[in-house]
Write a protein that binds this ligand. Structure first.
Ligand code: ATP
Length: 229
């Protein structure tokens, strides 16, 4: 049975009084992977920042587990919402182990999710490759078994094989109950593991559908890649 976790109704958000996301409606169910797609500058990151509590929406309603979602990032973390920024959210001067210890869950659970991190435990975060940093951020976050994980541009600068591995873990986390909202400019790999997706264009919702529907739509893919169509 469908179990709605997050409902966004008519949300607008932006910077210095100028809305760059306008009247957005979306829902996320428990255990779903939802992709938020669109070209550069469409408002994907802004949407995620508003849901994470980094930005305050200028209007609209956001409900999480049947109550209004308010408060800053750390308060939302206590309500089971985890946010991974485009920069990866890894502390570059701390070792992999220290980064994992700062997380909300046991280090062993993080390592069980990504055994690749084990030989890197003594290495500083800043010396890890891009893919390793993303693994570290995901491992740390998922070990806390969040109810909702917000991930920005997971694939940025990574080889497709690593992206596949990360997406596989996200899909498994969703199947175990974590809802995932994933912002992505390059749609096809993410849609392959997504239940549903939304496409933003110039701050507004342009299309939505199941992962399979969006994957099969050349127009949607073209607009997500190139900002045209
Ligand atoms: P990208 O893939 O480039 O991150 P995006 O879809 O995530 O694209 P946003 O980062 O949400 O888009 O940006 C939406 C609009 O808001 C863009 O026009 C951008 O220039 C503007 N914007 C983003 N951050 C700020 C900021 N800190 N101050 C002012 N305007 C901003």
């Amino acid at each position: 049975m469908r179990s709605v976790l997050l409902t966004v109704e008519g949300m607008s958000a932006g910077y210095s009084g100028v809305d760059v996301v306008r009247e957005l409606d979306l829902t996320i169910d428990k255990g779903e992977v939802v992709a938020l797609l669109g070209p550069n500058g469409a408002g994907k990151t802004t949407t995620l920042l508003a849901l994470a509590g980094v930005l305050t929406p200028t209007s609209g309603k956001v409900r999480y587990r049947d109550a209004p979602l308010r408060g800053a990032l750390h308060r939302r973390a206590r309500r089971g919402i985890s946010y991974i920024s485009e920069q990866g959210s890894v502390f570059s001067r701390l070792t992999t182990l220290a980064n994992l210890r700062l997380g909300p869950g046991p280090v062993e659970d993080a390592l069980a999710l990504f055994p690749e991190l084990e030989p890197l435990l003594g290495r500083r975060g800043g010396l890890l490759s891009g893919g390793e940093q993303r693994m570290l951020a995901l491992a740390r976050s998922l070990a806390g078994k969040p109810d909702l994980l917000l991930v920005d541009e997971l694939s940025l600068g990574l080889a497709p094989l690593i992206v596949t591995r990360l997406l596989e873990r996200l899909r498994a986390a969703a199947d175990a109950g974590t809802a995932v909202l994933i912002v992505e400019q390059h749609a096809s790999q993410v849609l392959a593991v997504s239940d549903r997706g939304y496409v933003l264009r110039r701050g507004r919702l342009s299309t939505s559908g199941t992962g399979a529907e969006l994957l099969a739509s050349p127009d949607v893919l073209r607009s997500a890649y190139l900002g045209t169509g």
